[in-house]
Design a protein around this ligand. Structure first.
Ligand code: SAM
Ligand code: SF4
Ligand code: SF4
Length: 342
């Protein structure tokens, strides 16, 4: 596709901390077929929204067009598990037709990747991030909360690479005492298979993952540990606002990233916004409330009206939760990550 790169934004908007809006993460569905212990622990029941309450594909595409007028040029589709949404291809196709979207990425647990990867490619998806926390079947069952054949996920990754999704990124949430023993295997696997591993500090998203600081392994510790068998060297970010600190392997090809929301917050350059499957607009992963865009769409608001409300909302944004985490009380009622979109 011939994309027009010089965007004429309606108005370049920045928030109260001078951060523009660039990266929009859209949750296409709240439901998931996994029950990861750090996201949707499997010791309780979940009630997911009715399909009619979800934004339709047309509504998602229309909102994307509105957001690109405000400066957004990267879209990530997430959830819940986005591959559970039957019209995902229609959504991707519609977004890919917007000439101002430079990049459309998908974050998935990859359980349904193998069957869908050709469809993702055909509709114009640019990149895939697979979430996988371990290569050990027992630990995988504990962390994903389901009995899931690892082979199925690895097959999906291999298929995606064969179709040209290169490099694949792999998100690994590290939880002390659970998968920290498996990191070396993951690093060696990623090196061998040309995958960019991104180790994510276990975060206090939502209210039900029983988060404790003592279960977080600081990225600095991981960098030191990994350097013992795979020497690392820091490299520059790809762009302003990139959340992962990047390192390259000194002795071989490839890189690895560390997302250190807990020990090295990056609120300073955070240019991310989120839309939930129900159409709520959130300005921070740790928000307690969002702006109801679905209501506006379904009550017949014009694009210009929605734009001006969004400009008002973003220019008043002052979020910096990760920098103030230690001062926050446990009573803060955060939105769950599977609802808001990771
Ligand atoms: N279901 C898809 C998946 O897991 O890839 C997409 C949604 S999931 C909420 C998006 C990302 O958030 C995943 O990579 C997951 O590992 C990450 N995540 C979820 N809960 C987290 C937590 N408590 N701390 C850090 N990362 C988390
Ligand atoms: Fe599902 Fe992703 Fe949450 Fe795991 S992290 S429960 S795969 S939404
Ligand atoms: Fe952005 Fe909020 Fe995370 Fe800070 S805590 S980096 S403002 S999402």
């Amino acid at each position: 596709m011939n994309k027009q790169m010089n965007k004429k934004v309606v108005k370049e908007i920045v928030d109260l901390r001078h951060r523009p809006i660039k990266d929009l993460r859209i949750s296409v569905i709240d439901a998931c077929n996994f029950r990861c212990s750090y996201c949707m622990p499997n010791d309780r029941e979940y009630k997911f929204m009715a399909p009619a309450d979800r934004l339709t594909s047309d509504e998602i595409i229309r909102l994307t067009n509105i957001f690109t007028d405000l400066g957004v040029d990267k879209i990530r589709l997430t959830g819940g598990e986005p591959l559970l949404r039957k019209d995902l291809g229609t959504i991707i196709k519609g977004i890919s037709e917007n000439p101002y979207v430079k990049d459309i990425a998908l974050t998935t647990n990859a359980y349904h990747l193998d069957n869908n990867v050709q469809m993702l490619k055909d509709n114009g998806l640019s990149r895939i991030t697979v979430s996988l926390d371990t290569l050990d079947p027992k630990t995988n069952a504990l962390m994903s909360g389901v009995k899931c054949e690892l082979d199925r996920i690895l097959k999906g990754i291999d298929h995606a690479q064969k179709l040209g999704f290169n490099p694949i990124k792999m998100n690994t949430v590290v939880k002390k005492g659970l998968n920290d023993k498996d990191i070396k295997d993951l690093v060696l696997f990623a090196q061998k298979n040309n995958i960019i591993l991104r180790m994510i500090e276990f975060m206090d998203v939502g209210n039900q993952n029983d988060w404790k600081l003592e279960n977080v392994i600081p990225s600095k510790t991981l960098v030191n540990q990994i350097s013992q068998y795979a020497p690392l060297e820091p490299i520059d970010p790809n762009y302003i606002g990139e959340v992962a600190s990047r390192y390259r392997f000194k002795d071989t090809q490839g890189e690895i990233g560390f997302i250190s929301s807990v020990t090295q917050p990056f609120c300073n350059s955070c240019n991310r916004a989120r839309i939930s499957a129900s159409g709520k607009f959130y300005k921070c992963l740790f928000s307690t409330d969002g702006l109801d865009l679905r209501k506006m769409l379904r009550e017949g608001a014009k694009d210009e009206e929605i734009k001006s409300i969004l400009i008002g909302s973003w220019t008043n944004r002052d979020d910096n939760y990760s920098e103030t985490r230690s001062q926050q009380t446990s009573e803060r009622k955060k939105i769950e990550m599977y609802e808001m979109g990771g």
